[in-house]
Ligand binder design. Sequence first.
Ligand SMILES: [Zn+2]
Length: 467
Amino acid sequence: MKQLDRSDSAIGLDLHHFAAELYPICRSITGDGIRRTLAAIQNRIPLQISEVPSGTPVFDWTVPKEWNVRDAFIKAPDGQRIVDLQKCSLHVVNYSTPVHATMPLEALKPHLYTLPECPDWIPYRTSYYREDWGFCLSHNQLLALPQGEYEVCIDSTLEDGHLTYGEHYLAGRSAEEVLISCHACHPSLANDNLSGIAVATFLAEQMSRSDLRYSYRFLFIPGTIGAITWLARNQNTTGRIRHGLVLTCIGDAGGFHYKRSRRGNAEIDRAAAHVLGHCGEPSEILDFSPYGYDERQYCSPGFDLPVGCLMRSVWECFPEYHTSADNLSFIKPQQLAGSLRVCKSILDVLENNRSYRNQNPLCEPQLGRRGLYRSVEGGASRAEMMARLWVLNLSDGKHSLLDIAERSGMAFPLLSDAAELLQRGGLLSVEPNEGVGEECSNGVFETGKPNAHIEGVVLSRSGGVRQ
Ligand SMILES: [Zn+2]
């Protein structure tokens, strides 16, 4: 990996501190845990909070009852609290119904969940859609439990309330949007949950300091039901989403994985593959599959949005996944900072990808006369000169800078800088139909393209998405 500079190191520590701040909270798909998490994000970036009532139909699903837990413990026959929610939020099965009873060990055992293959780790279990209660503990702790009467208590409520999610919107020059989504519903799990939240929050902070071509929408939502709820409530405006990324599991020491959108060749898929190919870390591109995180909902056939998923280690493929070993030492400041840098680089490609036309296409223009050629005295490096030649050669109105990056094997920023220089020198012009739509004065969204088609999604004046 490229040597981190001082600011990257500092950013990595800040990202890790933010994850550590959120780590103890007992989150779920509803309730005060996710509200506290959103409040902590709100201390860094403005968030619009939505509260959707339990029972609200959202496509084939229904917003569930709200779950809150204040305390949960098991007391051993000697009166000691041997399992305690206050020590680890994974100890209670998420969405457990309330219970307060005394029972022998054999009656308690069907409610206890462990990982015999990793006997020191506590598993993460949920029971969102089947009313039940249970505790999670290490297998070694289970093996050490003596016979006798156990007091079990889960002081929880499961009743009509709300599903809560947060949105951060950054207005760009265009109304077309880049969607950045991460789930915020897992309790004390660092890579699968907090790494995505931390990187998305810092990315939003960084992007807010730029003059933006696209508008950006950052979603902090409960997994699955949150994405379904958001899509159900925003069905008429999803046509604005030009590119999207789900961020998760991006803080561990593994190499990068990018899972393509359902379309497979969307600009986001190509931008992510290009950036990962040049990031200096191992990376792998995965094809779309209808399993994983919330890209499953964004890429469902009725939406088919160009949304991919950026990870380091892939869900279910690392042993620490959904266990207490996915903790704050499993995520690293350096990897968090590297992930933030990769995300920013992907967005930089989207922001700067456009087609140009060479204004002097009959043989090469004389670059030396314009001070743009490599000279014996130095000046432009060989890479800079090659970038200029590639951009000039392929800027025939048919190739975008990303096309040129793929064809030349050169890093996008080098080509983008070359294009800017050549444009300033009068050798390139931006293609007139290039770029994204702009918000019109009457607020009606139109695209820069005459037929109003954006990568297969049809925008209408009512904003509906053709399904
Ligand atoms: Zn998960």
